[in-house]
Design a protein around this ligand. Structure first.
Ligand SMILES: NC(=O)c1ccc[n+]([C@@H]2O[C@H](COP(=O)([O-])OP(=O)(O)OC[C@H]3O[C@@H](n4cnc5c(N)ncnc54)[C@H](O)[C@@H]3O)[C@@H](O)[C@H]2O)c1
Length: 269
């Protein structure tokens, strides 16, 4: 007997006012989860500023917002590993929108390589820069502005901060996301006196530009991933965007230093 009917698909984005009046800076809006969050936040009334190192894909998100009847700002190309560029992005957002309420650190770069094949600079250092430094730099630049009226920071850790997945050469990624998880708790403690909440979301495998290649190229990878899931379907950006919406809104005003596992149950056993 099949049980597939029980696994509902991701809820499509829909219009509402849950972020009405809020200014949200979302990084990595050129793809996957960042794009999904930017489009949902705009539909829910936020003034969204996006950014990405890839100008064409960031522009595609601006166009997708326009097609759904929303306007989002976007700064692209922009390299979030460059401190001066990050500071300019935050200043641009505050000047254009009159403040900052929400920072979503969705952008990341990770190199996947087995230990013995890992090049120190090209793979290991670049991943820690692209996963941990990228969060530090954006938080540091945004912090003085988030302090003005309180705010919400949403960081992305990963199920890989908790578990190793067979067939996935994720060593540097595990280190980077473990760092983000630990940083988020510390930042929550530092932000609390200023009304800044900091939480992290830890997804398991979500179908995005980043994951399409291993899903296509590694034999048995999708089956391996699904074998860990209680809900037997892969994640979609909307699965993550709905959780981000809760954390960005005042509905979560008593939630900080939390990790929200959006992982089909993968890390529970
Ligand atoms: N997709 C998953 O299965 C999964 C699972 C766990 C955690 N995550 C995390 O969720 C977040 C979003 O993941 P995704 O799958 O949508 O990623 P993705 O690779 O599809 O998109 C990331 C975006 O960030 C941009 N980016 C990368 N480096 C940048 C830089 N230096 N400056 C500016 N932009 C840059 C990329 O161009 C891309 O558009 C990431 O932090 C990722 O590690 C994803």
């Amino acid at each position: 007997m099949t049980t597939a009917w029980k696994f509902k698909p991701a809820l499509p984005a829909r219009r509402g006012d849950r972020l009405s009046g809020k200014v949200a800076l979302v990084t990595g809006t050129g793809a996957g989860i960042g794009r999904g969050i930017a489009l949902l936040f705009a539909q829910q009334g936020a003034h969204v500023v996006g950014c990405d190192i890839d100008a064409a894909s960031a522009q595609a998100t601006v166009d997708a917002a326009r097609a759904q009847g929303d306007a989002i700002d976007s700064v692209h190309p922009l390299d979030l590993t460059q401190p001066a560029q990050v500071r300019r992005l935050v200043e641009h957002t505050v000047q254009r929108c009159g403040g900052l309420d929400v920072l979503v650190n969705a952008a990341a770069f990770g190199a996947f390589q087995w230990l013995e094949a890992m090049d120190y600079e090209r793979d290991w250092r670049r991943t820690l820069t692209g996963e941990a430094d990228i969060v530090f730099l954006a938080c540091q630049a945004a912090w003085p502005h988030l302090k003005v009226r309180g705010g919400s920071v949403i960081n992305f850790a990963s199920a890989n901060a908790h578990m190793a997945l067979p067939l996935s050469p994720a060593l540097a990624h595990c280190a980077g996301k473990g760092a983000v998880l630990a940083m988020s708790r510390q930042l929550a403690m530092e932000g609390a006196p200023h009304g800044i909440r900091v939480n992290s979301i830890s997804p398991a495998l979500v179908v995005t530009e980043a994951t399409s290649r291993p899903l296509a190229d590694i034999p048995g990878f999708e089956e391996q991933v699904l074998s860990k899931f209680m809900v037997k379907r892969l994640g979609q950006p909307q699965d993550i965007a709905w959780a981000a919406l809760f954390l960005a809104s005042d509905e979560s005003s008593w939630v900080t230093a939390s990790e929200v596992n959006i992982d089909a149950g993968a890390t529970a056993w």
